[in-house]
Design a protein around this ligand. Sequence first.
Ligand code: M6R
Length: 619
Amino acid sequence: MCGIIGVTGGSGVTELLLDGLARLEYRGYDSAGLVLQAEGTLWRARDATKPSPLEGLRKVAEDAPVATAGIGHTRWATHGHPNEGNAHPHLDCTGRVAIIHNGIIENWRELRARLLESGHVLASDTDSEAIAHLVEEELATGVDLTAAVRAVVGELRGAFALGVVSADEPETIVAARRVSPLLVGLGDSEAREGLLASDIPAILGRTRTVWALEDDEIAVLRPGSVEITSLAGDPVEHPAIEVGWDLEAAERGDYDDFMSKEMAEQPQAVTATLVGRLLPEGILALDEMHRLTDGDLQAVDKVFIVACGSSYHAGLMAKYAIERWLHLPAEIDIASEFRYRDPVLDGRTLVVGVSQSGETVDTTEAMRHARSEGAKVLVISNVVDSSMAREADGVLYTRAGPEIGVAATKTHLAQIAALEVLALYLAQLRGALPGPAIAGLLDHLRGVPDLIGEALARDEAVAGVAARFVDTRDFFYLGRHVGFPVALEGALKLKEIAYVRAEAYPAGELKHGPIALIEPGTVVLAVATRNRLWDKLKSNIQEVRSRGATVVVVAQDGDGDSAAEASSPEHVLWVPPTEELFSPLVDVVPLQQFAYHLARAHGYDVDRPRNLAKTVTVE
Ligand code: M6R
């Protein structure tokens, strides 16, 4: 989720790069950097000063030479801490090649090992830097920069949008992409600058006409010209995209708000969280092991998961997986409660803190308490080097990219995926599951992003169901087993963005009190996807229907029995079926959409709901 920009030609290269980076900051601002081509050399500046590295970069750039071309980057860290050494652009060993990268290089470990063995000096901990050294090797064979980048693209696995410059090819930027978006364009002014950007806002001030590269295409930019070719070298032509939006809208792309954009990004968020971790030789879960060893994890005899809000719901989903796959006691607690009771912890307790921001005070303090009691603390966070990540014994990062909408959506799904990976990793490490069973589960997990995409594609149908309930002020959400945390998350979304009361219950608990509230017309939303308690859930739905409730169900495609529990065929939210313990990743999607459409129907600002903050740094 980094932002990238390139400019060649014209008299204001440095300013254009800095302005473009400012407009890309919403994609991440862990660090910012640029490389300028000037007088036959490359001039580099980078900054990682908080809170605004771009400010620092602007100051350094006051001494920049007059440039003929340049590339710039604003980073959202995935591999390697957010410090200056890991900031882009990265250079090769000679300092005459520079690259910027957005995405994740899946085979970075192999590439780095090979480069180190052949004598390269790698200065950062990133997956990206290897690309600069691979280009260096290709150039050493006598080819030009375009041919060198073409050859390197063939070696890369994963997702990337790249910009590459060489001191030896003035006014030339070579770009390439796979999966990660990349746009090229020509400036509208007389200078006709060649322009490169990860997304439109970066270059909208210079042009309204852009071309989008497709997978494995290479673009060569020079002042006044953009040439696009396939990986094989054949010329490619794309229809021009005429941009009709203003800047703020451009940051959101075609979406009305960040929440819908971020929901749409969920398949990528989960994919990015899985990439490079599910390897043929086994699972690699942890990104950082400061004070945690495999031996510690093998010795663990109890797991606590501690979190708030949507992160708590992700943790609750993982409890079922840990108990099933690891046969270990797994407790889940709300962070603000955990730290004030007397949880029994010792050196064999693993406390897993789950936090998108990694800064939530309740969770941070709970982690501190756990460490002070001698427990091993592992943190799952979406923000590299967040305070929780820094203090933890071990860290596993979700890689959902920055989430701007206050309601957690893509980070929530990435957390569930990360927790499932962690549970499978521990099962592998402790020999709790046979290899073929793990392999089978991994096959299912790899297919989940596509299923999330299928669920998202049904948005219009969900909007149709939601339209029936625009004036409903009270909802009950029911689920059993892993359907229960899905119900909790669906109800939370409805409360926080649509300001509607919604109570979530494990359906079996209803008869112990809350059923007294059910009367004709009460709306009940039941997560009726198939799990081991599905039969029992059906009986619970009957109990509310017989008392006159209007019932909406989430049902798996083809499951007529579940659909029959709904008040009518128009009260069914269909989802593609998936393996029981992975089903929350898919089943929660229509509930997010349901809340979204109800909020929009009332004209509420879904990105900035009242009374809430994205990061909660007070108790
Ligand atoms: O950054 P964290 O994951 O620690 O935040 C925890 C909660 O504040 C957060 O999940 C909150 O509940 C969201 N607004 C839910 O959409």
